[in-house]
Structure formats: structure tokens, C-alpha cells
Design a protein around this ligand. Structure first.
Ligand code: ATP
Ligand code: MG
Length: 347
């Protein structure tokens, strides 16, 4: 994939410029989240992919937590489990609702999830694929309100007009179909659809990766402005570290289904600890926005279905020791970061 460079010169409002890092109060706490997929039975034995493996983190109210890692590291699966778009295999997901009530939602039946679904929304990667081409903007954006019984047909127009204006579109766009819009405008429609429900927590899974570099900064700035105006908390999934650097307050780095490092963005970029994080940062920023994204790492990406004993990163790590082959490192606090690497275990 291409990894466009997004520097401050692109006028992206940074995490730090809009507000201090979110309050210490978590809106979401994920504990030991695990999601396995069973692959079609191989002739001899059952094969399970552990797409997400014992992941724990918190997201503070008002902050943006970035989730980064190469393809297949489990970012989307983590996000989809949190929204209960797929069922977690194990673990807890505790969400604090607007009224202050904390709900453990990992096992809630669909009926009890309904009020939570209003507060937790998703912005998808590909606005082309996520908008039904046969529906008007009014129906696309207004549909969640009707499904949840939050507006009558009569009220719908006003609500949709209001949210369209917030995302930089015009009320008269309501009667048009998605094909009449540019990809950047389509992503604005996708954002409007997520925000019309007045959520407090939004998962954005690669929300700008299919957009032209020229419109990426506009959409990111829109998301930042809306976050401040509507007091939103974001889980922001991305490949592009340049985008993450300017958009997120804290970053969790995933490798082979596990969080291997988690720190404030500034700390992570200034002082990356895990060899995988260091390798990721060495690959960014890419000077040529059209250059293919390249990991300066030897070896293939991890095969979640056949991970080695010990550390999953061992075969690609220049600092691998005997201990890394025999014992899996846990995520531990080191300085201002959490890191899962034996280089730091004995300190
Ligand atoms: N429905 C599924 N059935 C089987 N395996 C799956 C399924 N969904 C995801 N996986 C596997 O789980 C692992 C994690 O996938 P996931 O989509 O979460 O990664 P990702 O980090 O979001 O990658 P990308 O950056 O490419 O979007 C991959 O090995 C993937 O093939
Ligand atoms: Mg993904």
C-alpha cells in the first residue's frame, strides 16, 4: 500500500493542538480480549487463528488512541470485537455510558446491546463500499435514527440537514446518491451517518487510507474538529504512522494479535522501545507519498495460525536471545511506556 506523508505543513490539526490528553477517566477498558477463528478443517488437525491474543488497554474519555501494526496484526478484529460486530472468544469489554453506567458488553445479548450501539459508532475505511449506492444521502444518514426509533420521518430531514452541515456538506445534498460525490465527500457522508446517533465513542478503521493525499488532511481535520465540538473519544486504526503521529494522543502497537507497546504518541515516537516499533518508525515517514509502504524487516509478516513458541517477533528481530525463543514476553511498564519485550524484562 502507499503511505502518503502527512507532515505538519499539510495543516493537520494535531492531537496536542486541540486539547490536552484525555482525562484519566477510561470510557472503555478492554481486558484479556481474545478472538480466535477456526479455519476449515485441515485433513489431520484443527487449525485456529488467534487474531487477537490477550489484548488489554484503556481509552480515556476525550482522547484518541491509535492502533497500529502491519496487515493481519489484529487491529480490525480488536475494533470489531469492541463494537460487538463479532463475538470475542474471551475477555472483557467495559464501556462507560453517557449516564455514567459502566457495562461489561462482551457477553451481552443483542437486545441489551441496543442502547450501547447508539453510543458506539464506526467510520469505515472505504466510503465507496460502505454506502449503499441505491440510497439517497438522507436515507443513508437517517437510517440509524429510524432503526433506533429516535426520529420520525418528519424530524428526520432536520436532523440529517444538521449533521450534514457539521461534516461540511449542504442540506441540499440530501436527495443525491453516493455516486454524485467525490471520495472525500463520501467519507463525510460516512462520518455523518456515524455521528447522527450522537455517539460518545467512535471507531475509525483506516478512515483516510483510501482517500487522495490531498483530501486526507481535510477529513482528519474534520474528525478532530468534531471530536472537540461533540466531545468524542476515538479508537483510530491506521497503517500510516505519519497520520497517527499527528492525530493520536496515545498509540498501541500490535504484532501478531498482541499489543507489544503502548505509550503517549510523543513518547512512542521519541523513544520507541520494542524492536518492532523501532522498525515501524524506521519505515516512516516515506519521503515519496506514492512510494509503496515497505517494512525494513526481514522475513514474512507473522502467521497467526502458526506462531512460534516464545516471542512472535523472534524470527524478524535482530536482538533475539535464547529467552525470546522459550518465553513469551508480557506487557510491562517501563518508564513512560508499556512494552512486551525481554530486552526490558530484566531491568
Ligand atoms: N473472519 C475471519 N476468518 C478467519 N480469519 C480471519 C477472519 N477475520 C480476520 N481473520 C484473520 O485474523 C488476522 C487479523 O486480521 P485483521 O483483519 O484483524 O488484521 P488487521 O490488522 O486489521 O489487518 P489490515 O491492516 O490488513 O486491515 C489475520 O490473520 C486475518 O486473516
Ligand atoms: Mg484492518
Amino acid at each position: 500500500m502507499s503511505a502518503p506523508s502527512l507532515q505538519p505543513k499539510d495543516n493537520v490539526r494535531t492531537a496536542a493542538s486541540t486539547k490536552p490528553v484525555g482525562s484519566a477517566d477510561p470510557i472503555l477498558a478492554v481486558r484479556h480480549l481474545t478472538r480466535e477463528f477456526e479455519l476449515p478443517r485441515a485433513p489431520k488437525h484443527r487449525r485456529v487463528i488467534r487474531a487477537v491474543d490477550d489484548v488489554s488497554f484503556e481509552i480515556r474519555a476525550g482522547e484518541t488512541l491509535g492502533l497500529v501494526g502491519e496487515s493481519g496484526s489484529g487491529k480490525t478484529t480488536t475494533a470489531r470485537c469492541i463494537l460487538r460486530a463479532i463475538e470475542p472468544t474471551r475477555g472483557e469489554i467495559r464501556f462507560r455510558m453517557r449516564d455514567g453506567q459502566a457495562v461489561e458488553l462482551s457477553r451481552l445479548p443483542e437486545r441489551k446491546l441496543r442502547p450501547l450501539r447508539r453510543e458506539m459508532q464506526m467510520v469505515f475505511q472505504d466510503p465507496q463500499a460502505s454506502l449503499d449506492p441505491r440510497m439517497t444521502v438522507k436515507d443513508i444518514v437517517g437510517e440509524p435514527l429510524l432503526v433506533h426509533g429516535l426520529a420520525t420521518q418528519h424530524q428526520l430531514r432536520a436532523r440529517v440537514a444538521e449533521i450534514l452541515q457539521k461534516v461540511g456538506l449542504k442540506p441540499e445534498h440530501m436527495e443525491r446518491f453516493p455516486a454524485a460525490f467525490s471520495t472525500g465527500q463520501r467519507q463525510r457522508i460516512g462520518i455523518a451517518r456515524a455521528l447522527v446517533m450522537q455517539p460518545s465513542f467512535v471507531v475509525a478503521d483506516e478512515p483516510v487510507s483510501t482517500l487522495d493525499v490531498s483530501v486526507q488532511a481535510q477529513v482528519l481535520n474534520l474528525l478532530k474538529d468534531l471530536q472537540a465540538e461533540l466531545r468524542l473519544t476515538y479508537l483510530f486504526v491506521a497503517h500510516n504512522l505519519d497520520v497517527v503521529r499527528h492525530f493520536c494522543d496515545r498509540v498501541a502497537v500490535m504484532y501478531a494479535g498482541r499489543v507489544v507497546e503502548l505509550a503517549e504518541t510523543r513518547e512512542l515516537f521519541a523513544n520507541p522501545r520494542h524492536p518492532y516499533t523501532r522498525a515501524l518508525l524506521a519505515a516512516a515517514p516515506v519521503p515519496d507519498p506514492d512510494a509503496p509502504f515497505q517494512m525494513p524487516l526481514v522475513g514474512e509478516g507473522a502467521d497467526n495460525g502458526a506462531l512460534p513458541f516464545g516471542c512472535a517477533f523472534q524470527s524478524r528481530c535482530g536482538e533475539c536471545t535464547l529467552r525470546c525463543r522459550g518465553e513469551r514476553p508480557n506487557l510491562i511498564q517501563r518508564g513512560n511506556a508499556l512494552v512486551a519485550c525481554h530486552l526490558y524484562s530484566g531491568l
